[in-house]
Write a protein that binds this ligand. Structure first.
Ligand SMILES: *Cc1c(COP(=O)(O)O)cnc(C)c1O
Length: 395
């Protein structure tokens, strides 16, 4: 393998770029992977270099060859001007918001947002003098009615957490930009491989690398990308906070990157197969999976996305809590746990009714969210089949 110049890299198709981006055979002494650089201090050759800050690496909080490798690759895949790394997906959201809002400003956030984002807005941002209004994720250009002269940012998350509403991001971005507001997107579900945020009007996009980029439930990482107009501000905001990610986590994320497309394609295949099977079950009232024609925003998903990941949710027909517990507690393959995007299947019950404020969440029955892993799909169905038997027996 030769070190590729930028032109040669740009010529490569995406699958090849996923393999080659961020690698530097010379710097790695011929080893295939960039190692996890650990370090605080970087020494300078002389006073002149120290005073002119004339070398790429200056101190551990400002980047290492390992973080540069991941940032180079992620910026390329995202079509972004640049990427910054932070220790978790939630930290990525916080950093994006801190780069865009200011005291006395107003913020629009989708009602379907990841709940910890909501807690940050309602608590920390409120104390800093930023007012948040939650909006119905089904709004497109109608969001204009909620814009104020001091609206600094519009936060989208598509599909939404738990309930998977797909948003009309280009329409929202047009309105936001007309009002001088920054568009921030939580793009964790799709990753840049299935939704290209900056090509759809997003200024700052975040990804919880904890999910599919890791793919193995063994790290926490956040990635934030920005369009050219926003990268300087984003970089300045992050650099002043002193929150670099751990070197081992960045190294593992780079390793995950090499197989990200393969794993996502498989998650898509498995997720759709299981969602279709569940949709036909008599115990299931409805399934929320954007790639199913029954999804209310399926047309938007088809227009803007190039794939679907393995995370979806469903509503059961009315049953007791005891019956749902009987289903879940006896599962052998599906783990009961938060997070998602790993190689192992997960399921979690959820209820957004307590915290949604712009929309009403009142399903006919209990709700479950699935993250489909890489197990044999027939084993997953068998596990759930036995679960539904327990549910019926406990009803
Ligand atoms: C998990 C998740 C996050 C947060 O990622 P962490 O690394 O767990 O902090 C943010 N947004 C979405 C949509 C998520 O699912």
């Amino acid at each position: 393998m030769r070190n590729l110049d930028p032109e040669a890299k740009a010529r490569l198709r995406r699958r090849s770029r996923l393999v080659h981006l961020g690698r530097d055979g010379e710097a790695s002494q011929g080893f295939v992977n960039v190692p996890p650089y650990r370090g605080s201090t970087v020494v300078y050759p002389d006073v002149a270099t120290l005073k002119s800050r004339g070398q790429r690496y200056t101190y551990g909080t400002h980047g290492t060859p390992t973080t540069d490798a991941l940032c180079e690759a992620w910026s390329d895949l995202s079509g972004a001007a640049g990427t910054v790394l932070v220790p978790s997906g939630l930290a990525a959201i916080v950093v994006a918001l801190m780069a865009a809002v200011e005291a006395g400003g107003h913020l629009l956030v989708t009602d379907s947002v990841y709940q910890p984002t909501r807690i940050f807005c309602d608590d920390a941002l409120k104390r800093m003098g930023v007012e948040t209004t939650y909006y119905d994720p089904r709004l497109g250009k109608e969001i204009a009615a909620l814009m104020r002269p001091n609206t600094k940012a519009v936060f989208v998350e598509s599909p939404g957490s738990q309930s998977l509403e797909v948003q009309d991001i280009p329409a929202i971005a047009e309105v936001a930009h007309a009002g001088g507001a920054c568009v921030i997107a939580d793009n964790t579900w799709a990753t840049p491989l299935f939704f290209s945020p900056h090509a759809h009007g997003v200024d700052i996009a975040i990804e919880a690398g904890t999910k599919y980029l890791s793919g193995h439930s063994d790290l926490l990482l956040g990635l934030v990308t920005a369009a050219p107009d926003w990268f300087k501000r984003l970089h300045r905001a992050v650099d002043s906070m002193g929150i670099p990610p751990g070197p081992e986590d960045v190294f593992l994320a780079l390793r995950g990157l090499r197989t990200l497309e393969l794993r996502l394609r498989e998650a898509e295949r498995q997720g759709l197969a299981l969602a279709q099977w569940l949709e036909a079950r008599p115990e299931v009232q409805r399934v929320f999976h954007p790639a199913l024609p029954s999804h209310p925003n399926h047309a938007l998903w088809r227009r803007d996305f190039s794939g679907s990941s393995g995370l979806f949710s469903l509503i059961l027909r009315p049953v007791s809590e005891r019956a749902v517990a009987a289903l879940l507690d006896g599962l052998e393959l599906f783990g009961l746990g938060y997070s998602w995007g790993g190689y192992e299947s997960l399921v979690i019950p959820f209820d957004c009714s307590a915290y949604r404020t712009a929309t009403r969440w009142a399903p006919v029955g209990p709700a479950l969210r699935f993250s489909v892993g890489l197990e044999d799909i027939d084993d997953l169905k068998d596990d759930l089949e036995r679960g539904f038997e327990r549910l019926r027996a406990a009803s």
